[in-house]
Design a protein around this ligand. Structure first.
Ligand code: ACO
Length: 333
């Protein structure tokens, strides 16, 4: 079987940083920098400019990932965009990205919705499609402009999220600079029926937008934070233990863990329960908040650029999201 590896990564963030201090000064939001930092670890998040859309961030991240892989769009024959904030309900964000990148052939492009686990799901899908031998190289992108779906009057949710994109180029391991680089495994799960805990309820076909549901603010992200927190910790712990067991690895063999960047307390709880040695965990949620499907590829790209990931080392990525979805991936560099 052909091994598949990550040949390059890239990311993109909007220029505008919105700090906790600014949120604390927002009329009627009734929050403080201290509350946000102690409960979440987040200090600021990026907010897209008007007219700067999910597809723009996705295309920028993809362009950076192609440059990192020393490839061009002409080398790609598949595009997957994981997102819950596509530019429009239809067509897909991926079709807009494909056009923006100037893909020379009519290569397939589609969106995938697994909320904050989206990038891990897309990695699993892209890996399988390349593994089938029908495609050679894929762009796997996580991109979000969640600021468009946040209730800026709800202090329990709007402080948590931000806008960003991250991308990876997947291709034959033989094209990787490092001889042992490859995707070792992925594991994805869905614990369905949890939509009451975390959703954007209106704007879909069950509740098309009406003045009533807009008035009820049902077209924004709604979350029962405390319940989601507990389920997230439990589900991510379990997924990590399972994937390590499945591949006969122990935590001590993992050079870098890249968790979904939702909340520092969730990340700390997982590090503790896995018995992760200090310094093995990569976080950047302090600067970006929770960027949903973009969170892991953005962190992965920064981790690689900062030297936190060494050639030959093994990384574990782990995520959870609305659905509820869970996912983990093991990659050797
Ligand atoms: N500023 C000040 N006070 C606040 C704020 C705020 N921004 N937000 C909530 N509060 C208040 C609440 O009203 C509550 O007040 P009360 O006790 O008078 O009722 C109090 O703080 C405690 O609220 P809790 O919700 O119990 O606080 P908690 O410690 O659970 O922290 C948080 C809330 C940060 C949301 C936490 O539960 C969390 O991180 N949950 C997981 C969320 C998450 O990561 N979701 C990822 C979504 S993934 C995806 O797919 C989109």
């Amino acid at each position: 079987t052909t091994h598949i590896s990550i040949l390059g990564t890239g990311s993109a963030t909007p220029a505008r940083a919105l700090t906790n201090i600014e949120l604390a000064q927002t009329h009627n939001l009734d929050t403080t920098d201290e509350w946000i930092v102690t409960r979440t670890g987040i200090r600021e998040r990026r907010i897209a400019a008007p007219g700067e859309n999910t597809s723009d961030l996705a295309a920028r991240a993809a362009t950076a990932a192609l440059a990192d892989a020393k490839l061009t769009i002409a080398d790609i024959d598949l595009i997957i965009v994981a997102t819950i904030s596509p530019d429009m309900i239809m067509p897909s964000c991926a079709s807009l990205v494909q056009a923006r990148l100037g893909a020379p052939r009519h290569i397939p492009a589609f969106d995938l919705n697994a909320a904050c686990s989206g990038f891990i799901y897309a990695l699993d899908a892209g890996w399988a499609m390349l593994g089938s031998g029908r495609y050679r190289r894929a762009l796997v992108i996580g991109a979000e402009k969640l600021s468009s779906f946040l209730d800026w009057q709800d202090r329990s949710t709007c402080i948590l999220f931000g806008d960003a994109a991250g991308a990876a180029v997947l291709g034959p391991a033989s094209e990787s600079a490092s001889p042992h680089a490859r995707i070792l495994g992925t594991r994805i799960h869905c614990e369905g029926g949890m939509d009451a805990y975390l959703n954007i309820a209106a704007g879909g076909s069950a509740r098309p937008l009406t003045p009533d549901n807009i008035h009820a603010r049902e077209h924004f992200v709604r979350m029962k934070g405390r319940e989601v927190f507990k389920m997230a910790v439990r589900g991510m712990e379990r997924t990590c233990v399972e994937i390590l067991e499945q591949h006969g690895l122990t935590v001590s063999q993992i050079g870098c863990v890249i968790p979904h960047q939702a909340n520092q307390r969730i990340v700390d709880a997982i590090a503790k329960s896995l018995g992760l040695p200090p310094g093995r965990l990569f976080t950047n949620l302090q600067r970006y908040g929770n960027t949903s499907a973009a969170s892991i590829p953005l962190a992965l790209d920064e981790a690689r650029r900062s030297g936190a990931i060494a050639p030959g080392g093994i990384s574990l990525m782990v995520a959870f999201g609305a659905g509820l979805t869970y996912g983990a991936a093991l990659v050797r560099w």
